[in-house]
Write a protein that binds this ligand. Sequence first.
Ligand code: SF4
Ligand code: SF4
Length: 409
Amino acid sequence: MQTNLAAFIRDTSEGREADAILRKCVHCGFCTATCPTYQINFDELDGPRGRIYLIKEVLEGKRATATTRLHLDRCLTCRSCETTCPSGVQYGRLADIGRAVVERQVPRSATERATRYALSKGLRSKALFGAALLFGRAARGVLPTSLARKVPRAQPAGAWPPPRHERRVIVVLGCVQPTIAPSIDAAFARVVDRIGISAVGMSGSGCCGALPYHLNEQQEGLDLVRRNVDAWWPAIEQGAEAIVTTSSGCGVMVKDYGHLLADDPAYKAKAARVAELARDPVEVIGGEWKRIAARVAMDRGSQRIAFHPPCTLQHGMKLKGRVEEILRAIGHEVVPIADPHLCCGSAGTYSILQPELAEELKRRKLASMQAERPAVIVSANIGCQTHLATGTSRPVRHWIEMLDEKMLN
Ligand code: SF4
Ligand code: SF4
């Protein structure tokens, strides 16, 4: 499409990037059919093509309104539209750029700002989030069922093997996952320890930056990115061969570090190296598959599984189908589900900020996942897991835990 960006953004790096993305869009509308919010609201402006048009108008100088912001807020940034688009339009990057401009032009109410501030700070604070979780678990018995279901059950981590191997990978510890489900990173550490790779967490690191970045606190998000680069750098210099994130929502962010700090001369090269080393566990396991397969007890605890591929895994990192292959290869039955490309409604803080759309997406996702009566629901992202768990009595687990349980010590 033709563009004529306004002077305020035309000659900035964001302006040039947005212009290149907009020019690729040919308005075909193929993406609309696979957009979860369009499928619920049937409003062009709640689909990718309409949102692209809204962002284009704003970047061309038309003042944003509360309606512009509402339609962008309703977007999950699931990037299903990117997978569908035949022209390679990078909608996610365009949405980041457009949202930052709209946020400046249409300030939020004091209540909205307070809610977003509390989410950004509270979820990232291990002390605050940990205390809230402890309280919720203690009070579960007196909470209404709908609220009690939102409190994740405690999961013991199990042993994290000491760093005894020469081969090492860094594990991104993140913010909420170690508090809600410490068993996930520990399971990954046990799996790779068995084949001669030590997984180490680095002190000084924390939230990958996605939480504030996607709440439009983009500078704060980038500060967290720099902090992580600094924390991981000594281990990278000592030969760590990968930076692994067991939560795909954070993994897709770490893979983007090079791009995010491309304009920062002090961090550009280091951030690019971090992005180059960033891996989802499925890539690590896939690369070591022969040695892992040799240690799998095929006759141990096979189950009927419905796998939910997080959007960040299938659309963000383009790793569609890989986890399902591993689950089948270790002897589980993976049942087919309808519309696996659609978001479950979790999407970071989306389930809290857009509860009605998020609930409807969850209801639809669980209906499709439970149609074949699986014993377990499995995913690859803590956000999806906790969101789905609020709507089902079936256990909801991370796939790396299923692999850990199948391996011989
Ligand atoms: S990112 Fe997802 S919700 Fe947003 S426009 Fe694209 S498909 Fe729709
Ligand atoms: S599918 Fe791609 S080119 Fe077509 S309208 Fe959507 S973003 Fe534009």
